[in-house]
Design a protein around this ligand. Structure first.
Ligand code: DGY
Length: 341
């Protein structure tokens, strides 16, 4: 009698040719359409599998894994993993992995583009033109804010923040950053970035970019009080997570002219967008696509597949998933999880 192959649940449609590599080792259950799975559906799917490939749409914590005795690994397709309760997964002996590095440059490109679009009012100007409002050329049409030689403030100086700082050199920008921990001096020099405290960053940035990971500690870090410390001519760009910004306070600041413009790729209740933001002309809104180049999204799925395969003890990296989040879970791995040398 042949032994049943381990089973993998793929929670969302993800490049079938890349995901198809899993079939060499596993039975794979793919989700045909983008789905907002209810917690009970996630729990039911996880109960019947050994590993899962999930995205930020799928929130997984203790209740979702409680009835999943076979589940050994969850590969998140994304660098941010606030959709996963890592402590609960570790307690349950489930390894979680994410997809850092492969998306760094693409996401930094997008952060820069969104900041430029907000500062130079690109989408607002396009809407105005398409609406037939451009009746004659005027010297004062859609005046925006310069990026070159302006001060760029980066909140969160991980790999993506550093990528943005490197791009800023080409615009001759002065770069300031704030981060949980200060970068080594050599890296600061390479990024041409100076460390400042949070309030100084708010006060001095002409353009403030949010690139920090979400955690409950930074929930609504950018609130009315923080926005009040910024220059009225400044822009705010968020490519991190929506919950970092108090969206009502931001709408107040943008609506009253307290802040010049904003670029948002992430939202607290996404895919729902605060209607007050939708009604404002001076905010560029994009649907969480910062890492969304074709090559990078494929690379993210490929890395997640590699992580899952390795975490389940097969393939070239068997037992050594390339980018684990909670390596501690390996130490209390469930029976059957092979670990490499
Ligand atoms: C990430 O990787 O965290 C992006 O926000 C979504 O894929």
């Amino acid at each position: 009698m042949t032994e049943a192959r381990p089973r993998i649940w793929v929670s969302q449609p993800l490049f079938p040719d890349v995901v198809g590599r899993l079939r060499e080792y596993f039975d794979v259950v793919e989700t045909a359409q983008v789905t907002r799975h209810a917690p009970a559906q996630i729990a039911a799917a996880l109960a019947a599998c050994d590993g899962a490939l999930v995205t930020l749409n799928d929130r997984i914590g203790a209740p979702e894994v409680a009835g999943a005795p076979r589940l050994r690994a969850i590969a998140n397709v994304g660098v941010g993993y606030n959709n996963l309760d890592i402590a609960a997964l570790t307690d349950a002996g489930i390894l979680a992995t994410n997809t850092p590095d492969v998306l760094t440059e693409t996401t930094a490109d997008f952060g820069f583009a969104l900041m430029m679009a907000a500062a130079r009012r690109i989408t607002e100007a396009e809407r105005w033109l398409r609406d037939g409002q451009w009746r004659q050329w005027s010297f004062e049409t859609m005046l925006g804010m310069d990026l070159h030689r302006a001060t760029l403030g980066i909140l969160g100086m991980g790999r993506i923040g550093q990528g943005i700082a490197r791009r800023a050199a080409g615009f001759d920008m002065r770069v300031l950053y704030h981060n949980r921990s200060r970068l080594p001096e050599s890296l600061e020099r390479e990024c041409r970035a100076g460390y400042v405290d949070f309030d100084t960053l708010l006060a001095q940035a002409d353009h403030l970019l949010l690139v920090l990971p979400y955690s409950p500690q930074v929930h609504h870090l950018i609130d009315a009080a923080a926005l009040a410390k910024m220059k009225p001519t400044a822009t705010l760009t968020n490519i991190a997570r929506g919950g970092i910004v108090d969206e009502d306070a931001l709408a107040d600041a943008l609506g009253s002219g307290r802040l010049a413009a904003a670029g948002l790729d992430v939202y607290e209740g996404e895919p729902a967008v605060n209607p007050r933001l939708l009604a404002l002309r001076n905010v560029v809104l994009t649907p969480h696509i910062a890492s969304g180049s074709l090559a990078t999204r494929r690379a993210m799925v490929a890395l997640a597949v590699d992580n899952l395969t390795a975490a389940l003890g097969v393939g070239p990296d068997a037992g050594r998933p390339p980018t684990p989040i909670n390596a501690a879970a390996l130490a209390q791995a469930k029976p059957g999880l092979k670990r490499g040398a």
